[in-house]
Every structure is written in C-alpha cells, then in structure tokens.
Design a protein around this ligand. Structure first.
Ligand code: ITT
Ligand code: NA
Length: 199
C-alpha cells in the first residue's frame, strides 16, 4: 500500500520518513515530488489544521492514494502567535528559511530573554480518496535565541531552544528532535489512525 507525503518541503520529508518508519507503518512512503504534474494547493485556511487538510485532500484526490500532510510553523508569544501559518513566507519569499529567520530576529531584537517564549506547532492530516479525513496536532514549546546556532534541521530550528534544553533544535540529532518535536508528536498520534483507516 502506498501513502503519499503531501509536502514539497525537503526538511519535512526527511523527518516524516524517519518518524513514520520508526512507528513501523507497513506502507510505501511516496513524496509529492513523485507527482510533479499535480499543482500545489492554495493554502487558504486560517488554521494549521485547515491547511493540512487542504494539502492532504488535494493529493489523495489527484493520486487515488491515501495522503498525509503537515502544516506547521513557529508561534511567537510576544507577536500574538505570528508568524504562525505564515511561517514559510514571513519575509515575503516562500520557503526562504534564512530570510524568514533573519526578519523574525530583527523584529525581536528589542525583546529580552524573559519575553522570548515561542512554540513550534504542527497539524498532521490524513485524507483518503473517498474524502475521509482526520487531523491531529502537536507542539514544541521553547524560547528564541538572539542569534542562530546549529546546522541541523531546517527553517527556524537554529533559533528555537526547547524548554529544558541548552541546545537549539538545529543542534539536536535528528532522532533527538523527532522524539520531542511538534511533528513527531502529531504524526505519532496519527499513526494508529492511519493503521485503522488503511486497514
Ligand atoms: P508544504 O506546504 O509543501 O508542506 P511548506 O514549507 O510551505 O511546505 P508550511 O506552509 O507548513 O510548509 O510552512 C512551514 C514553515 O514553518 C517552514 O517553512 C518552516 O519555516 C517552519 N517550520 C515548520 N516546522 C519546522 C521545524 O520542525 N523546524 C523549523 N522550522 C519549522
Ligand atoms: Na502553511
């Protein structure tokens, strides 16, 4: 059986393959890049869950296979939850991780350590070609550094230090990050649902 990973973000694909493989799902994981002819869906939702469902449904409908999607982002307390669902295009240039991170750090330059709380959020959606859908969420709370540190992961990982950690997400090993991350929590919660619905 084939399960489509409805994302074109290479950082997510790497993590999802590791998380879903470690969970022992007996499926062939196929990235959206295997279907270049299928256009990206417009992320018109106002929540992570809505956008994750939009992406999962688009791939499930177009491929005829079950699909999982991830919508995720960084929510900064002092910014009222921004960038949130706009995390991938915060600088105006979609997927430019470095520009997005640099802009956010500049916006927070006057904020002291006591007020730099933030969390990563992830909605993990499953959609079947017949329209059946499920969505679950996960979060990773932490604080934001003033300067980036580390080369692992992707996106805002070099500035998010998880609660109880002395390292940033980009300084954790992939296994360490997946064990505590928003994405790891959401997709591990989705695994029993995938098992149930894919029979
Ligand atoms: P797809 O829609 O194709 O999945 P995308 O990159 O556009 O790819 P999102 O709209 O969900 O996906 O944007 C997620 C952004 O949030 C991503 O670009 C990162 O900047 C940030 N992000 C999400 N998870 C992250 C993580 O684990 N570590 C660091 N940054 C993360
Ligand atoms: Na999004």
């Amino acid at each position: 059986r084939r399960l489509i990973l409805a994302t074109r973000n290479p950082g997510k694909v790497t993590e999802l393959r590791a998380i879903l493989t470690a969970a022992g799902l007996d499926v062939e994981l196929v990235g959206a890049d295997a279907y270049p002819e299928i256009p990206d869906v417009k992320e018109t939702g106002v929540t992570f869950a809505e956008n994750a469902l939009l992406k999962a449904h688009a791939l499930a409908r177009a491929t005829g296979h079950p699909a999982v999607a991830d919508d995720s982002g960084l929510c900064v307390e002092v910014l009222g939850g921004a960038p949130g669902i706009f995390s991938a295009r915060w600088s105006g240039s979609h997927g430019d991780d470095r520009a997005n991170l640099d802009l956010l750090l500049a916006q927070l330059s006057d904020i002291d350590d006591a007020h730099r709380a933030a969390h990563f959020a992830c909605a993990a959606a499953l959609a079947l070609p017949d329209g059946t859908e499920r969505v679950v969420e996960g979060a990773l709370p932490g604080t934001l550094r003033h300067t980036p540190s580390g080369t692992g992961g992707f996106g805002y990982d070099p500035i998010l230090q998880p609660l109880g950690e002395t390292r940033t997400c980009a300084e954790l090993t992939p296994d360490e990050k997946n064990a505590i991350s928003h994405r790891g929590k959401a997709f591990r919660a989705l695994v029993p649902v995938v098992r149930e619905l894919l029979g």
